[in-house]
Structures are given as structure tokens and as C-alpha cells.
Ligand binder design. Structure first.
Ligand code: 5RP
Length: 233
């Protein structure tokens, strides 16, 4: 199976095994989360699922939900009240403990708010996302207030590693997030403690959020090229 088909497979499997009618559902961002979004849409159209109240994590997700007629709500709305039954999302890297790096699609801020407001969390990933140590291959995304770009970059020097300002494609200059911020991508040179760093990094003034997700352990669905889906609890 090619990588796209594996992403389809794992996204659908997450919806079929985890999503129930009546749920308040967080929907993630990226090429692995999108098949899950579309499958929710399909099952709603078929009447297999009913009364889903969805909270999107990005413009990409909102637009896909609109296409499929999935009812959308803000996390603040009276229908959601700041708490979700389940969120399904992708990841850039996942380690054997279920800790993740997210933010490759630039949506880490709302993805983390949504994840941490959820009673259950499912990560969908193809096998290429599974690593022993986070942040050595895929750099850690860090969302930064534009005014703090240089001061945060200086502070991040203490953590070692290679730091890059994320550049936009088909727009001159840096990526601007959906909340008007910049993204710094930090690739570590040696293994780090993601639990410690998730908290430590956010103490630097100007960092809005970082892409380590360690505060809740997800069910991880790993799709393999041979067409199997492994479930890691
Ligand atoms: C977006 C994310 C995505 O979930 C992550 O980048 C994985 O994306 P893909 O499934 O396209 O590889 O965190 O901010």
C-alpha cells in the first residue's frame, strides 16, 4: 500500500472504532486526520452516525467539515462547554510511550487546546511517524509572538540543536499561523525529555505553545504498508 492509502485506512479505522453518535468530537489537521474527517462526514450522510458536534482544529479542518456538512461548533459554545468526548488527530512523530510531536501543519496551538480538553484522544499515524526519541528527525514546532522572535531564538540556544524560522511556500517570508504568530522549528542533536521540555519551553516569554504533547496518553493507531493497523494503548 502507498502512504496515502495507509493514511486513508488508519483514519477510517479510528472513526469506525471510536466515534459514536451524540459525541462532542475534536477533529485534527493534516493529511492523516483528513480521511477521518471525511469518514465522519460520510457516516453522517449515510445516517450511521447522528448528532455529532465537531470542533475543528484549523481552517483546513473547518473547510473539510463544511464540504461534508459536519456540524461545527466553537469549544466555547454552549453546545460544547469546553469539553470534548474524543479528539482524533495526526502526529509528526510518536514515541513508544505515546508522547508526540505535532505542529508540522502549523496548527499545534488549537490542536493542543482541543486535545487537552478531550476525555479520550486518538492519534492516527502511518508507520513512518514512529520513532524511539522525539525531535531528532522531525524538528519541534514552537509558536512564537512575532515581537519575541529574536529573544526567544536566543533563549532557545541553551537547548542546543538547530533552529529554523519556518518559511512560507507561495508567500514571501515566514509562515504566519492562524493566530498571527511565527513558527520556530527546533531539531535536537541528542535525546531530550519531552515531558520536562513541554513545560519548560512555555516559560520563555513570547512562546505561545510548543509541539510536545505529553500530558495525555493517546490510543495510537499505526497503519502499516502491508494493510494492517496496529492499536497501541
Ligand atoms: C498539524 C499537525 C498534523 O497532525 C501533523 O503535522 C501530521 O500531519 P500529516 O498527517 O499530514 O503527516 O500536527 O499541525
Amino acid at each position: 500500500m502507498d502512504q496515502g492509502s495507509v493514511k486513508e485506512l488508519v483514519g477510517k479505522k479510528a472513526v469506525e472504532t471510536m466515534v459514536k453518535s451524540g459525541m462532542k468530537l475534536g477533529l485534527g489537521t493534516g493529511s492523516t486526520a483528513m480521511p477521518a474527517v471525511r469518514h465522519v462526514g460520510l457516516l453522517l450522510r449515510q445516517g450511521v452516525l447522528k448528532d455529532i458536534r465537531a470542533v475543528p482544529t484549523s481552517f483546513q479542518t473547518s473547510i473539510e467539515c463544511e464540504k461534508w456538512g459536519i456540524p461545527l461548533f466553537s469549544l466555547n459554545s454552549a453546545e460544547i462547554r469546553g469539553e470534548l468526548d474524543l479528539t482524533i488527530d495526526g502526529a509528526d512523530e510518536v514515541d513508544p510511550r505515546g508522547y508526540c510531536i505535532k505542529g508540522g501543519g502549523g496548527a499545534l496551538l488549537v490542536e493542543k487546546i482541543t486535545a487537552y480538553a478531550s476525555k479520550a484522544y486518538v492519534i492516527v499515524a502511518d508507520e513512518t511517524k514512529v520513532v524511539e526519541n522525539l525531535g531528532l528527525r522531525f524538528p519541534l514546532p514552537i509558536e512564537v509572538i512575532p515581537e519575541a522572535r529574536v529573544s526567544v531564538s536566543l533563549a532557545l540556544e541553551a537547548f542546543g540543536g538547530e533552529l529554523m524560522l519556518r518559511e512560507a511556500v507561495r508567500k514571501a517570508g515566514p509562515v504566519i499561523t492562524e493566530h498571527g504568530n511565527l513558527l520556530l522549528d527546533l531539531r535536537f542533536k541528542r535525546p531530550v525529555d519531552p515531558v520536562l521540555l513541554e513545560t519548560e519551553l512555555n516559560r520563555i516569554p513570547g512562546i505561545v505553545e510548543n509541539g510536545f504533547f505529553t500530558r495525555l496518553i493517546p490510543r495510537v493507531l499505526v497503519g502499516h504498508a502491508d494493510g494492517t493497523v496496529e492499536i497501541r494503548d
